[in-house]
Structures are given as C-alpha cells and as structure tokens.
Design a binder for this molecule. Structure first.
Ligand SMILES: [Zn+2]
Length: 697
C-alpha cells in the first residue's frame, strides 16, 4: 500500500471505524521531484482574462449590471487576439470555482470554447481551478454526500475560506477525504480532456491557522494513523512517553492561551499535527498532479501557496514548500512585498520567494504589473516574466514583454550561481519562528543589500553542499544528527560555516541537546534553555565574532543578528512581515564573516548604494555569465551612475565580450573590460531600473 492509498483508506477506515495497521515511511513520495512540463523551459508570459465565472460574480453580490458583458468579453476572440498580438503566450481564464460541476457546467463549456480560440492563435491555456472551496448551496444539492467532505472545527462547525464578512457560503473541503479528491479529479479530467488545458492553476492552496483546523473524524483517525505509520512503538514512546496513540487528538485551544500567541512549539502532538496537516496537503497535491500528468504528460501544475512571506507557513497554513514544489512547475505568491526601498531603510522584495521557486526548478507568479522595478526583479530572479496581468495590459508591462521576447535567449537554460548558502531550517522556523525567521530574514537582507549571490538551502532533504564555499546557519536551532553530520563533513572537506546564535543547540523535535550540536566547531556559543512555562523572548544580543580554523574548514560564530532600531511589536503567529525587512545593525560583521568563511570566493563584487541589487546566473552551454542589476529606489533615484563590477569567470576561458542590455534600448551596448586571473572587470555607465550584462567567455 503506498502513501496515497493509505490516506484514502484512512478516510474509508475512519468512516467504518476500522483500525488499520500501517507500513511505509510517511511522506517519502513527496520528496521526489516529478518531471517538469518541458514547454515551460521556454519561459512563461501568462495573462488573462478573468478567473471569475459569472455565477460567482452574481453570488458574491454587488456586481455591476455590466458584469455579464464583461464576463463574455473576458473570453472573447477579440480579447484573446489582442493578448496574442501583444506577445502574451499563455491565456489565463476561469474553469471551476467550487459550485459543483452541475452548477458550473454552462460556464465550463464557455471555457472549452475560449480555450479552442486561444489554441487556434498558437497560445497555451491556463485554467483556474479552485482547490479548496465548496459553495455548499449548490454543491450539496448536486452531491449530498459532500456534507461529510467538508472541514469541521472542534465543535463540528464548517470551516470557511477567510474572505471578509460576507462569504460564509464558501466551505473548505477536507483533504483527508478521498471522495472529495476523486470529485476534484473529475474536474481535472474535464480540464485536460475537454478543455485541453496546458496549465492547471489550483487556487487557495492552504489551510486556515489554528484554531480553525479540521477535527472531522477522518482527520482525527488519520492523525492517529499517521503517528503509527511514522513511528514504530519504541519511537512513539520516545516521542510521547507512551506507545498507544489511539486516543491522541488534534490540539485544542482555550480563551486564555490563543494559538497566535504561542512563541515556541514544544508539544510533540502539536509538532506532529503540523506535520500531518502539511503532509495531507502534499499527498493530495501529488495525487492530483500525477493524475493530470497521466492524462497528458505536458500539463503544467501550479498552486497558490504563497512564497516566503515571513509567516510561519507550516504552522499557520499547512504549507511545507519542500514537499509541495516537488509536484509543481509553477507557484503563485500573492504576498504584498512590492519591489521598493523605503525611507526607513527597509528594502522590500520577493527575492526570497523567487529563490525558493528556483531551488525547485519552479517559476514564480506574482503581481508585478504596476511596478517596473518588480518586472526587473522578476527578470533578474525568476528569469522570466510570469504573470503579465489582466487585460488591458499596462504599457510598461508590454514594453517588458517585448524586451523579454526579443532577448529571450538571455534567460533560457540559466542556473543561479552562488557560493554562499543560507539554511532555512524547517524545524527551527516552525517551532521557534520569531527568532529563526527574524535571523534568517536579516541575514538574507545583509547579503541582498551587499549584492552577494546566495542560495536558500532547504533541509527536506539537505541538498549537496559541496558546491558552496560558505553555509550560514541563522539561529538554526533544530538540527537533526543527520544534518549535523552533513555540516561537519562539509567543514572537514574545506567548507566555511557561519554559525549564528543558537544554531545546533536543539534536535529536530526541539529537545535541548546535552552537548551543543556543533561542539568543537564553534567556540563561545551561549547556552540555551529547555522547556519554559512562560517563554520570555529576550532580544538577541550582538557580540564579537569568533573565527576558528577547523582542519581545512573555517568556522565563524556570531552571537546574534541585531535588528537596526527598536524591534516592531510582535504580530499574530509571530509573523516577520516586511516591517522587519531591514538591513541589520551588524550587517558588516555578517558580511565580513561570510567573506572570511568563503575564503573571499563570492563571485561578484559590485560597488553601489544598498538599494542596488544583483543576481548572477550562468548559461553553461552558451559559455555565458549574466549579471542582473535592479535599482529598488528607481522612484527617487532614477539612475545610478558608474557601477563598477568585478565578476569571476572560469580560469581556463578568455572573456570575449561584455554587453549591456536595457529595456528601453533597441540593441545592446558593448562595454570595455579588463581581465585579471579568473575575473573580468568593467563599469556599467548607468543603471536605471533594470539592466542585464552578458559576459561571453
Ligand atoms: Zn478533516
């Protein structure tokens, strides 16, 4: 029995009250990457169209009396032809919103006709399918069994999507119910076989934060089955103090102790409940992606789970990106992190989300149409445009579409280059979010604003570290023995390590280690507490760095990353929103540490203000390195003059030419350059909002 059958049979077993004996490692399937839809290797320029069917516009209320006409226009040949002529390559439109197939059938047929038109123009079709919404008024009428498929809270009350005050007709379905997933498959089959979609967009891909988690019988029994499957009896005893988990319930909350106020998650059952919720979502997605691909292997799968927002995504929303992006080609993020440099020194970006997507060979879709800097950021870090908006497409976006199509070869087949990695330790972020997320965000902020290329490193599983020169552990408290072993081997092999704060002091269940996990690698690390009844979060105290040569490797310890100024008041669930996204007070100390640990092999040296950001990619086959430059303060600083750049190039190759491409220039500008051993240097005369430099070598 595989994992998917297990979840399905758990639901069935729960229904009839059976007890199931469990095999196989939990979650292993979702750690293996599915093959990609190959056509996306050519980039993505996607625009609509509207994703709302008319039935929803009416049910929501408050619509214009022109709404029907607008609905029809959004799937008209006139609109599709215009988008095609403007360079849009994928047409985005609605398919299914959650009313049930019977209620939506006429409008699903409309989509089939619109898709045929788009295909006739040589475009591909992106269809909206609601993953997580059941409009019960029509759905129950069509399928009375669906009363058992919805999420219910601890009191049995249906759990809702969270749109404002007036959408209580939108129930959330429960993803432990195989019957609901089977229903969703009928819609996917219609999309692939009838509409002939090229791209499925699953919207609302998340669950509600506690206390709004599903306590339906299938989830309660599914959770217990999950624990039995994940841990043999002796391990359960180690985990809970007892073996029999037949009576373990999902967590419950009281008025005095709200989930959004919980700073550290100690309780093993809560930790496991988070993991269960994440795995349910990952398994359901994998099942749906495999099903769609079985009907047409070229269908692209996209979900909308948001990216790295600063929120505790696993705890709040059952999102573990490492288990989801193995099933997807593309993800959406609706985070409100515009590409901007603010007066208080914050630089707000979606760079982290782009890096997340790239780590799993995904493309990120985001709202970028209202800001040319965001378009430049997308080209720099996404290596394509992604979502170009809805018609009418604004002129600035059309200019970027034309630029991208003309210079597409600069963006295809690129790989991000960096010698520095920042660990985003899943357990540390999930169980002690306030501290770990802040440290990770601030460390990343220091690197971004110093233009040091870096990878985000996720740990399910840890990737090959051998290509890194330096790995940073920002308060990565909860590291397993396996993680620690890999990190030690990395240092022994000559790698550089930057250890910040409490890194390595706890295990993956956040039990305090008897000996520090990085003992002998690190000198002078402050001790950390074990269980605390009332968690008193002390602001991290900066202090001097300690460097240590360990065999061939180099280790630096930094006591803390310090926020620059008074720390903003904690947000619900200890969200580290962009109120915190500011270069830290001790950014120089961090950069010096990274530089020393990496033995000065940082690939890129660019002079400029801290709102100038860079990305470095390589096209191995074309023998080209490309440097992307984005000015985050283009509003107030329209040009940055004389930007001096030095970039590493392969020792055995000669630099042939250096060319500068800009969105408002018809042809590239050839730049003079000088070379040194393994480097090329040149000056970019001016950076407006976005520029890309191609180094042929
Ligand atoms: Zn449930």
């Amino acid at each position: 029995m595989n994992r998917r059958e297990f979840m399905g049979s758990m639901a069935a077993a729960a229904a009839v009250g059976e007890i199931i004996k469990m095999p196989l490692p939990v979650g292993s399937a979702t750690r293996v990457q599915l093959p990609r839809a190959a056509w996306l290797e050519n980039g993505l320029i996607d625009a609509g169209g509207s994703h709302e069917p008319y039935i929803f516009v009416v049910r929501r209320g408050g619509e214009s009396l022109r709404a029907r006409r607008e609905y029809e226009w959004n799937q008209s040949e006139e609109l599709i032809r215009t988008l095609h002529e403007q360079g849009i390559e994928v047409f985005h439109t609605h398919l299914y919103k959650g009313f049930g197939m019977a209620a939506e059938q006429p409008e699903m047929e409309d989509t089939r006709r619109a898709a045929a038109i788009a295909h006739r123009y040589g475009m591909k079709v992106d269809t909206y399918i609601q993953w997580n919404c059941m409009m019960y008024e029509t759905f129950f009428a069509e399928e009375p069994r669906a009363r058992d498929w919805i999420q219910r809270d601890v009191n049995g009350i249906p759990i809702l999507l969270t749109y404002g005050f007036q959408q209580s007709y939108r129930y959330r379905p429960c993803f432990t119910h195989q019957e609901y997933l089977d229903y969703l498959k009928r819609i996917v089959r219609y999309a692939v076989e009838e509409v002939r979609t090229d791209f499925i967009h699953f919207d609302n891909f998340d669950l509600n934060p506690e206390p709004d988690s599903c306590h339906c019988p299938a989830c309660v029994e599914g959770f217990r089955g999950f624990l039995r499957a994940k841990y043999p009896p002796d391990k359960r005893r180690e985990r809970f103090g007892f073996e029999n988990v037949d009576y373990v319930n999902p967590p419950q909350w009281n008025r005095q102790n709200r989930p959004e106020k919980m700073a550290i998650i100690f309780d093993p059952a809560i930790q496991e409940w988070i993991d269960f919720r994440c795995q349910v979502m990952a398994d359901a997605l994998r099942q749906m992606a495999e099903f769609a691909r079985s009907l047409n292997p070229h269908v692209a799968i996209e979900i909308n789970p948001h990216g790295i927002t600063g929120g505790n995504r696993a705890w709040e929303n059952a999102i573990n990106h490492a288990r989801l992006l193995t099933s997807t080609d593309v993800i959406w993020t609706e985070e409100e992190n515009p590409c901007i440099y603010l007066e208080d020194g914050r630089l707000v970006s979606k760079i982290r989300s782009y890096k997340l997507a790239r780590a799993y060979h995904n493309i990120l879709l985001a709202y970028i149409t209202d800001n040319p800097a965001a378009m430049g950021e997308g080209l720099a870090f996404n290596q394509t445009l992604g979502f170009a908006g809805t018609a009418p497409i604004p002129p600035a976006m059309l200019q970027h579409v034309a630029f991208y199509r003309k210079n597409r070869d600069l963006y295809l087949g690129t790989e991000d280059m960096a010698t520095v990695g920042v660990l985003r330790s899943h357990a540390s972020l999930t169980y002690h979010h306030a501290r770990t997320q802040l440290s990770a965000v601030l460390t990343e902020q220091a690197l971004i604003q110093s233009r040091i290329p870096f990878h985000l490193i996720f740990d399910e599983p840890l990737p090959d570290l051998s290509k890194l020169r330096a790995l940073v552990l920002p308060e990565s408290e909860c590291l397993s023995d396996e993680h620690l072993g890999r990190i030690r081997s990395f240092v022994e092999a000559g790698g550089g390590l930057v250890v910040i704060g409490q890194a390595g002091l706890y295990d993956e269940w956040r039990r305090l280690r008897a000996e520090p996990g990085l003992e002998r690698l690190v000198e002078g690390q402050s001790p950390a507490p074990d269980y605390e009844e009332d968690v008193a979060e002390a602001a991290a105290q900066a202090g001097p760095s300690r460097q240590k040569q360990v065999g061939r490797g180099r280790v630096v310890y930094i006591p803390a990353v310090e926020f620059d100024g008074p720390l903003p008041e904690p947000e619900p669930y200890f969200n580290i929103s962009n109120r915190f996204w500011k270069r830290p007070r001790n950014w120089k100390q961090i950069i010096d540490a990274v530089r020393w640990a990496a033995d000065d092999e940082l690939l890129l040296q660019i002079d400029g203000p801290d709102f100038l950001v860079a990305n470095l990619v390589e096209q191995t086959a074309r023998k080209r390195r490309l440097i992307h430059l984005v000015n985050y303060d283009a509003r107030n600083t329209p040009t940055i003059s004389s930007v001096r750049v030095t970039c590493a190039v392969p020792q055995d190759r000669e630099v042939n030419d250096v060319r500068l491409y800009e969105v408002d220039r018809d042809s590239p500008q050839v730049l003079p350059f000088t070379t040194g051993p393994g480097t090329v240097s040149f000056t970019v005369p001016e950076v407006k909002t976005y520029a890309v430099v191609a180094i042929g070598c």
